[in-house]
Design a protein around this ligand. Sequence first.
Ligand SMILES: [Zn+2]
Length: 338
Amino acid sequence: MDNRYSRQQLFRPIGEKGQQQLNEKHVLIIGVGALGSASAEALVRAGVGKLTIIDRDYVEWSNLQRQQLYTEQDAQEKIPKVIAAKNRLQSINSAVEINGFVLDAFSNELIGLLKDVDLMIDATDNFDVRFMMNDLAQKYQIPWIYGSCIGSYGATYTIVPGKTPCLHCLLKVLPNTGMTCDTVGIISPAVQIVAAYQVSEALKLLVGNEDARRKSYLTFDVWQNQHYEINVEKMRHEDCPSCGENPTYPYLSYENQTKLEILCGRDAIQIRPPKPIHYHFDQLAVQLSPYGEIQKNPYLLSCQATDYRVVIFRDGRVVIHGIQDIEKAKSIYYQLLG
Ligand SMILES: [Zn+2]
């Protein structure tokens, strides 16, 4: 038990002191899909003191190819990712304090979770959430590590408020945001490489080895054997709305938080009501049973209709699978729940 971290402590830049520092740190990971699974497992094995994970989805069969914390049973039972992840992570290292929240990243509850967070890791699949994280990071002065991957391509960048350009400053170098895993797919090595870079950067920052921090924006394509580093140190804008002299934090505004989204990773539309609605699942099961077969667990209720499937979460979020038309999604929403 005592030599659990011996190999990591033998690594000079960490040492016994660094290990002690890790043990006192709190990391928040937003999203526990592929990237989040990989970095959560690495950080828990490395002995970080406290880990908070948030995610809005449940485990599906199409996740198992790359989301390393999950099993067939999790997919079968539609277990929320944070619940399945927390159980698995806790069995890997029982000494780490792990908190999991089934939560949409746009929720105001996220702000309450930022207290005493030393570092955030981006493991989301969309730029709306990343720009919101970017504003939160600047407002609350929390370093964060951007990461994204699609197909065989990946990108990562480390953002330290007050020291580096923020994500907003880098708009010109960011990849085309129109592509999703739905359209071009993804292979697991791309995920593992991005996560490895993110975790390395996290370890450097958590043990205070600021000099070792990578200053460049890094991208690669592991299938095409390409690797680029873009020097972005001079890209900080004085009038940046997120990190400039008079920040307005545009992505924290209410208008930016109330819209329909197309989820990545499946053919589905999520509808999030402006305020949380707490459904009574037993009642709802009766109300929706004429539309299709009902399946429920403590976290969600699903109704399988002929040509679509509706999943309702505890906080009132609704995901409609099998359709892509936003107007049709709204009409199903109002018909079933309005
Ligand atoms: Zn900026």
